[in-house]
Design a protein around this ligand. Structure first.
Ligand code: MRU
Length: 356
């Protein structure tokens, strides 16, 4: 059975957000209900919902929850509450730009209604915000599908593909970004092996990617992150495909910690390195990857595993959640619009201006 999506809105604009609780996968499949922004903030912070596109779509629905909980009686007052809650949700995690992109997009649609219709009431505002969140969710599904269609040709018959973290259905509202290429190649009858880095410290590769691929009937082998270089040396990896959390105007791409090391290994072994991401992951306001804020997470993620201590008490910890791959080490970026080979600022600008 395939996993269809990390999240689902239940009901109409008075409904609520239901998430697959990814903290307890693959052992337990449980639903986490978010009926207010505080619950959603916590879910994002603790990675119950995670992956750049899924965080963005969830946050968009979070602004529907923000309006539901607003005590304001008119649209202007409700808009103020929405803006405040957008700032609050934006403070949950700093790196994936999809979060800020989705919040901005929903906020702008709300501001537009209030600017156009001074007499609009709170219900009208709620309807507009809900429609925008639904549109963001629907578009994400389509973007994932197109990314897969544009990139499936990079997954050849009989090849070994390495991936890191989880960029599948659990990371989006659709069938994923990096994994979408694999699902589409599989659909076309190709057989190949996916090597899934376990992805310490939170094991998104072992727990989530392996689970998604296994359910889809794709051969998957999990390896510890430190084994990837040796696997490449043995000639078992023909392509590396990952997702991204933020891509700068020049193509530098932030993704889960460990992706940078893979890009250097790929260069050394002359293995093509692909990054698959929707346009909502591009941050064209920043020139390069140096401007990307890297989330630092708690020491406990490194020092303990399921309640067991792995590190002597009192020892310091380094735990950045992301790193940045240089554009010059990326063979191609794959978006819903198409493929950007050897990405540069100029090519990225052209790519998106052609799609308008
Ligand atoms: O900390 P996470 O699990 O949210 O990190 C997720 C990743 O790094 C993914 O690779 C990225 O968001 C792309 S998801 C399509």
């Amino acid at each position: 059975m395939k996993i269809t999506s990390a999240l689902q809105w239940i009901g109409d604009c008075q409904g609520y957000l239901e998430l697959i609780d990814q903290r307890v996968l693959p052992g337990t499949w449980s639903k986490l209900v978010c009926r207010d922004t505080a619950q959603l903030w916590q879910a994002i912070k603790t990675l119950a919902v995670r992956g750049a596109p899924a965080i963005g779509v969830s946050a968009a629905y979070g602004l529907v929850l923000a309006l539901q909980q607003s005590k304001a009686t008119d649209a202007c007052g409700a808009l103020k509450d929405l803006i405040q809650q957008a700032h609050y949700l934006a403070s949950s995690r700093p790196t994936a730009v999809n979060l800020f992109w989705a919040l901005d997009r929903v906020r702008r649609s709300a501001e537009q209604l209030v600017a156009d219709q001074a007499q609009a009431d709170k219900d009208a505002l709620l309807a507009v915000v809900f429609a925008e969140a639904e549109a963001i969710c629907r578009e994400d599904v389509v973007m994932c599908q197109r990314i897969g269609e544009h990139g499936e040709r990079f997954i050849g018959e009989g090849c070994g593909v390495l991936t890191h973290c989880n960029a599948g259905a659990l990371a989006t509202a659709g069938q994923g970004t990096a994994l979408s290429l694999m699902f589409e190649a599989h659909k076309r009858g190709r057989s190949f092996t996916v090597y899934a880095d376990e992805t310490r410290p939170l094991l998104q590769g072992a727990r989530l990617t392996a689970c998604e691929l296994q359910r889809a009937g794709i051969e998957v082998k999990v390896l510890c992150d430190s084994m990837a270089g040796w696997l490449m040396k043995q000639g078992q990896v023909h392509a590396i495909v990952t997702g991204a959390d933020r891509i700068a105007a020049n193509g530098d791409a932030a993704n889960k910690i460990g992706t940078y090391s893979l890009s250097i290994l790929a260069r050394e072994h002359q293995i093509p390195f692909y990054i698959a991401a929707p346009s909502s992951t591009f941050d064209l306001s920043i020139e390069n990857g140096q401007a990307i804020t890297i989330e630092q997470r708690s020491a406990e993620e490194v020092t303990t595993l399921q309640g067991v201590d792995l590190v002597p008490a009192g020892v310091g910890v380094y735990n950045p959640a992301f790193d940045v791959v240089q554009a010059s080490d990326i063979t191609a970026l794959i978006t819903e619009v198409g493929v950007i080979e050897k990405p540069s600022a100029e090519k990225i600008r052209d790519h998106f201006s052609r799609s308008k």
